[in-house]
Design a protein around this ligand. Sequence first.
Ligand SMILES: C[S@@+](CC[C@H](N)C(=O)[O-])C[C@H]1O[C@@H](n2cnc3c(N)ncnc32)[C@H](O)[C@@H]1O
Length: 217
Amino acid sequence: MCLLLRFMTFSRSDWDAKHSAAATEAAEAPAGILSELWPLLPAGAALDLACGRGRNALFLAEHGRHVTAVDWSAVAFDIVEERAQAMNIPVRRVHRIGEAKHAAPAGIDLVQADLERVQLPANSYLLVLCVRYLQRSLFPQICRALRPGGMLLLETYTKAQLDFSGGPRDPEHLLDKGELRRTFPEFETVFYRELRAGQGIASLAARKPTAASNHHK
Ligand SMILES: C[S@@+](CC[C@H](N)C(=O)[O-])C[C@H]1O[C@@H](n2cnc3c(N)ncnc32)[C@H](O)[C@@H]1O
């Protein structure tokens, strides 16, 4: 039983049920990495991968960004929509990632998709955010989706989380110690932190180099 729990992964309907159970709770605060680093983030189109109930996408849209928010849970999107409308943030459902133009006005485009099967548009975003979701196969696509000078914000659980309650148990969904810092060697690290206190979590902010910054190396 314990072994079963350890390697259990959640299906789309499991996630729908989790989001549904949380629907009446107060809206969650944005991820610490986003609110802390907000002043350093480039202005422009943002992509929020595995956006869940939208705490980060709502924060970004409230601060004037256009956000494409991707998740596979329709229940999560009902919640994002309701919260966006209550905050007077424009929100719409679109079929494809990349429908928004670079200079789209502030608001949220919701794309319901399985991230195991998506194709992210290249050279399209100045910010790509992925919080509490680990799918290593997305990393090369994330690099390509960013525009030069764009910022990557990643924050998710490390294997240290196994010492604490909650969060994923499957090692496939947990970062190794130092893994996130090593994963984007061609990017400039702006911020890196690994916590083992109450939870095991790593946070990275890294900038994609511009042609000029490459030239000066
Ligand atoms: C822990 S939640 C994180 C939500 C959000 N990033 C946050 O920080 O509040 C993980 C999210 O990943 C979504 N998810 C899991 N597997 C997915 C997949 N294969 N494709 C798309 N979304 C997925 C779930 O529906 C859930 O909303």
